[in-house]
Design a protein around this ligand. Structure first.
Ligand SMILES: [Zn+2]
Length: 94
């Protein structure tokens, strides 16, 4: 008998004791492909959820951590305005 197969058999026998079947009648229904809509960028993607439709305020398509863009630069916020002001000031000096 293959040693790997023996290992797998042991593992499945063990898992019966370590991960018992879920108790019936207490768990909510799970939707593996629930529709998630991002309100920030409008992206629609599938996520596992207990409700069929979910709206999120930020997602992996538009969050600065995942996109790599700095938030101030993307929005054209305070940092960008400050840099414009500094550039304008330097031009006037010359
Ligand atoms: Zn998004």
């Amino acid at each position: 008998m293959d040693i790997f197969l023996m290992f797998l058999t042991c593992l499945t026998r063990l898992s019966r004791y370590t991960f018992p079947a879920m108790k019936k009648g207490i768990h909510p229904q799970m939707f593996q492909e629930a529709k998630a809509t991002c309100t920030a960028c409008g992206a629609v993607f599938a996520i596992p959820s207990t409700v069929k439709e979910v709206t999120v305020e930020i997602c992996r398509m538009c969050h600065p951590v995942y996109t790599g863009k700095k938030q101030g630069e993307a929005r054209g916020g305070r940092i960008e305005r400050f840099r414009k002001r500094m550039a304008a000031g330097k031009k006037q000096e010359k």
